[in-house]
Write a protein that binds this ligand. Structure first.
Ligand code: NAD
Ligand code: TYD
Length: 353
């Protein structure tokens, strides 16, 4: 079996659902269930013996040691993190605690477990660390996309905390020999995405008749990847990645935010037209820019393709259509994540609007 951390969050839950849809290897899912963790996303696994959910903190060394001893996973796939840049600007404490200290404690518990293994179990063991392209900082408009050897230049408290975790993972390999793999992926989108992030926020605000808040001029560029393609990349790296290597994961889909918002609006205009016949794009409003806002991210994913033969299955056009359709078909999931805690965040970040 494998141990997944953060498997009740957006990408982790998609990974767990896809994993168990493909084969029967069980998953132990360790998740603290912060505001971003949502067991409803995993409702289809209720009563499924292949999925063992444990509510807990990756920083709880005794708990992690017990889970490793009891379940003896062949791999740990580490998604758990605080992941929202804007929240890291409002307060970075949780980011430091989970992304840095939590990853350190997890690495130590995993190292102790791995050291106790023998022979084939020890050599087959893997620790896969899921990270982000944001550790590389911001690209000039005409600069080449990030390769794995790009310097680390994190600019937000979030990306700095992820960069620190990447360095810890690297050091645990070089110093202690821990069999690690790291993936650095671009912006994901798709089903079960918490509506504090750009794409789901725009969909739910549009449908609710609310303003669509675009930061600054909206010309910041992100490189978007459909979440299930990220999951397939992680599976492939886990299966065949070279130990100690990092792999950039991306979809060759660079787009400025304002274009993303217009695409979402056009799809909604087609699939769920407004009663008054106007376009959802009339709801777009430009709001104060994010402090320290990175202008451009772009991933060069050629290493992953050349070494491991991975390619995304979705184009942006197919992936965004599936995503908008998914949100239209799952108003109950959206309503349930828009809890009291969610409303407080929206109030703090966007005011009364
Ligand atoms: P998310 O915020 O949706 O989910 C994070 C999950 O981790 C939640 O279920 C939360 O409850 C859990 N968690 C948080 N702190 C924990 C702790 N101390 N112990 C145990 N569980 C804890 O995040 P996501 O978007 O699914 O991102 C998953 C990973 O992928 C993160 O490491 C993130 O940095 C990375 N990543 C995300 C993106 C993206 O676009 N979302 C892109 C590249 C990489
Ligand atoms: P986000 O989804 O928060 O991901 P990240 O900051 O990790 O890239 O934001 C994606 C882009 O969208 C980013 O450039 C910030 C911008 N953005 C807005 O313009 N308005 C919003 O309300 C949000 C949440 C993001």
């Amino acid at each position: 079996m494998i141990l997944v951390t953060g498997g009740a969050g957006f990408i982790g839950a998609n990974f767990v659902l896809d994993w168990l849809a493909r084969h029967d290897e069980p998953v132990v899912n360790l998740d603290k269930l912060t505001y971003a963790g949502n067991l409803e996303t995993l409702a289809s696994l209720q009563g499924d013996a292949r999925h063992v959910f444990v509510q807990g903190d990756i920083g709880d060394s005794a708990l992690v040691a017990r889970l490793l001893a009891e379940h003896r996973p062949r791999a740990v796939v580490h998604f758990a993190a605080e992941s929202h840049v804007d929240r890291s600007i409002h307060g970075a404490e949780d980011f430091i605690q989970t992304n840095i200290l939590g990853t350190f404690r997890l690495l130590e518990a995993v190292r102790a477990h791995w050291s106790s293994l023998d022979g084939a179990d020890k050599s087959a063991f893997r620790f896969l660390h899921v990270s982000t392209d944001e550790v590389y900082g911001s690209l000039a408009p005409d600069a080449p996309a990030f390769t794995e050897t790009h310097t680390y230049e994190p600019n937000s408290p979030y990306s700095a905390s992820k960069a620190a975790s990447d360095h810890l993972v690297r050091a645990w390999h070089h110093t202690h020999g821990l069999p690690v793999l790291t993936t650095n992926c671009s912006n994901n989108y798709g089903p079960f995405h918490f509506p504090e992030k750009l794409i789901p926020l725009m969909i739910v605000n549009a449908l609710a008749g609310k303003p669509l808040p675009v930061y600054g001029d909206g010309m910041q560029v992100r490189d978007w990847l459909y979440v299930k393609d990220h999951c397939s990349a992680i599976r492939r790296v886990l299966e065949a990645g070279r130990l100690g290597e990092t792999y950039n994961v991306g979809g060759w889909n660079e787009k400025p935010n304002i274009e993303i918002v217009h695409i979402v609006c056009a799809l909604l205009d087609e699939l769920r037209p407004r009663a008054d016949g106007a376009s959802y794009s009339t709801q777009i409003t430009h709001v104060t820019d994010r402090p320290g806002h990175d202008r451009r991210y772009a991933i060069d994913a050629r290493k992953l393709e050349a070494e491991l033969g991975w390619k995304p299955a979705e184009t942006f056009e197919t992936g965004i259509r599936k995503t908008v359709q998914w949100y239209l078909e799952h108003p109950g999931w959206v309503a349930n994540v828009q809890s009291g805690a969610y409303r407080q965040w929206v109030q703090a970040q966007y005011g009364a609007a």
